[in-house]
Design a protein. Structure first.
Length: 261
């Protein structure tokens, strides 16, 4: 794998004698892990957390990359489901999720912990970044001045063509409306529904199964919203004992309700 040693990211990685990367399975952390391992294989370890909120496909992607690239990988649980502050799903739920994640990683390594956060993330409300700051987590992409588009370009340079084209896939808990308690059964339903959208119905792009106080809402690109798809999803939800509340165009962060107590 060819690595550009003059890339701004290289200087940051090589300046650290050791590095522990939190790898979620998304394009950002997968690209960071691949680049860092390629340029300093003996100094980098990867840690991946599993929980009901993590898509099994993401875990499989991390395990496959670790095997192909010979990563030093640790797969661990984080225990956020034992934290009632997380399960209550407040506006700052991500703070409690990342608190549990980084505390768990710290218990497993003394190396500096790195995340895949990038410049685009800094312009959004991301309470998880506060938890990271409190624990001295570093963000190499931010230090290198990289945005999401830069990371996708780097992924392609590294030969990670499939990873480079991955749509944004935040954790499954992001599909649950603020204030609705996080429940493992709901998360499993969300994951199975989104697999249905991709694998059985052949849809692509930003696809979300949202759980709201009024029922299940499926978000799709407008070009894929058809009566046939709506009928199929209505029947699926009914078979799963869920109330189907229709289709709508994808809305980023639609479940995040700031003014809800």
């Amino acid at each position: 794998m060819a690595v550009n040693v003059h890339h701004p990211l290289a200087e940051i990685v090589l300046s650290l004698p050791r590095l522990a990367i939190a790898v979620s399975g998304g394009v950002d952390s997968m690209t960071l892990a691949t680049f860092a391992h390629a340029i300093a294989p003996g100094n980098v370890e990867m840690l991946h957390a599993v929980s009901p909120a993590v898509q099994p496909a993401a875990t499989a992607r991390v395990r496959k990359a670790a095997q192909q690239q010979n990563w030093h990988l640790t797969v661990t649980g984080t225990g956020e489901f034992d934290d009632p502050r997380y399960r209550d799903n407040p506006v700052n739920r991500c703070y409690f999720c990342k608190t549990n994640l980084y505390d768990r990683i710290r218990s497993l390594t003394t190396a500096p912990i790195a995340s895949g956060a990038n410049l685009d993330d800094l312009g959004e409300y991301r309470p998880g970044l506060l938890a990271a700051s409190e624990r001295d987590v570093i963000h190499p992409f931010v230090e290198a001045g990289m945005k999401k588009s830069d990371i996708r370009a780097l992924a392609r340079e590294l030969g990670l063509d499939d990873v480079a084209e991955l749509p944004a896939q935040p954790c499954l808990a992001s599909r649950i409306e603020t204030g609705i308690a996080i429940d493992a059964k709901d998360l499993a339903f969300v994951d199975s529904t989104e697999q249905l959208l991709h694998d059985e119905l052949g849809l692509s792009g930003d696809l979300r199964c949202r759980i709201t106080t009024s029922g299940v809402i499926i978000e799709l690109p407008e070009s894929q919203m058809t009566d046939e798809i709506e009928q199929r999803l209505s029947a699926y939800c009914r078979d799963q004992g869920r109330t189907f509340n229709g289709l709508r165009p994808y809305q980023r962060g639609a479940m995040f309700i700031q003014d809800k107590p």
